[in-house]
Design a protein around this ligand. Structure first.
Ligand code: NAP
Length: 295
């Protein structure tokens, strides 16, 4: 059985590494804030002193950190995993980062004989804890096949998309859909509130029809209760929007709907709402319409 190294025990990484242990893999962990390793060690993981140390005792190293610069630091930085890796090892980056940065890192790792997969996820903290994540994978197909059982320990729907960075492109597609749908839900509910109709009945009527969606069912319901707590935080979505916009700029792709979404989430940021859930974008629309959906 492959020895797994896991870097980044945040909200997502904790549950994911725990599921690798449950599947029977020997797991070595490292987290920048040392205290977060304790509960994984209690569950049977070995603690490492650095990303380099993680790679020394592993065949496959998973990274679940924040953004492109963070992945670069833990994989290729001065104490990065690459310095402890042997030829043929695989690094799987499961963070949501730039496809462009991913392709650059994969090329640098290949020079050192290390394979890379980008395998960002959708499904949130609950999916990470329950091992039900959707995982979108980029990299060489044979490396993907080799790592499929490792990914299956953390996710339910594992989809090979294509070459290096293509998993991250797929995640960006997911985030375009999440944001534009969320804005549509918020706009429709403000419209309904302004028209004075019963919002619960409208929500029930449209949820089961052609306009139905996860965002309408789940975040729509939260909005009707006046619940703006995360779920998925505005600050995290702003990171994803930057990745989407940079990637679209590189390929000269206009994203008019996502552009509007970006501006309204920036408004939320300016209003001090970074730690609210993405459904709180409704506040921007409520201000424009001078009408709150829950008084
Ligand atoms: P999180 O709770 O903030 O955890 C981030 C982890 O990365 C922490 O362990 C942090 O270490 C580590 N880290 C960040 N920068 C680092 C650096 N430069 N060097 C070393 N360690 C570093 O975030 P999360 O919610 O687990 O998200 C992780 C990734 O998954 C992100 O890319 C996010 O976009 C993506 N994602 C999140 C969700 C979600 O619902 N939360 C869903 C899908 C995808 P410390 O503990 O020391 O801070």
């Amino acid at each position: 059985m492959k020895r797994i190294g896991f870097i980044g025990l945040g909200l997502m990484g904790s549950g994911m590494s725990r599921n690798l242990l449950k599947a029977g893999y020997p797991v070595t962990v490292w987290n920048r804030t040392e205290s977060k390793m304790r509960h994984l060690v209690e569950a049977g993981a070995k603690a490492a002193k650095s990303p380099r140390d993680v790679a020394k005792g592993s065949d496959v190293v998973v990274a679940m950190v924040t953004d492109s610069v963070d992945v670069e630091e833990v994989l290729l930085g001065p104490s990065g995993a690459v310095h402890g890796a042997k030829k043929g090892d695989v690094f799987i980056d499961m963070s949501t980062i730039s496809p462009i940065a991913t392709r650059e890192m994969a090329a640098r790792l290949e020079e050192k004989g290390v394979e890379m997969l980008d395998a960002p996820v959708s499904g949130g903290v609950i999916g990470a804890e329950n091992g039900t994540l959707s995982i979108m994978v980029g990299g060489k197909p044979e490396v993907f096949e080799m790592c499929r059982p490792v990914l299956q320990a953390m996710g339910k729907t594992i989809t090979y998309i294509g070459g290096h960075g293509d998993g991250q492109v797929c995640k960006a597609v997911n985030q375009i859909l999440v944001g534009t749908t969320m804005l549509g839900v918020a706009e429709a509910l403000v419209f309904a509130a302004k028209a004075g109709v019963n919002l619960e009945r409208v929500h029930a009527a449209v949820s089961g029809g052609a306009a139905g969606s996860w965002q309408l069912t789940n975040n729509g319901e939260r909005l009707l209760k006046g619940d703006h707590e995360p779920g998925f935080k505005i600050k995290d979505y702003l990171k994803d929007l930057s990745i989407i916009m940079d990637t679209a700029a590189e390929s000269k792709t206009p994203l008019p709907a996502t552009g509007l979404v970006h501006q309204l989430f920036r408004h939320c940021d300016a209003m001090g709402m970074r730690d609210k859930g993405t459904q709180a974008v409704v506040v921007a629309l409520e201000k424009l319409a001078n009408k709150r959906i829950v008084e």
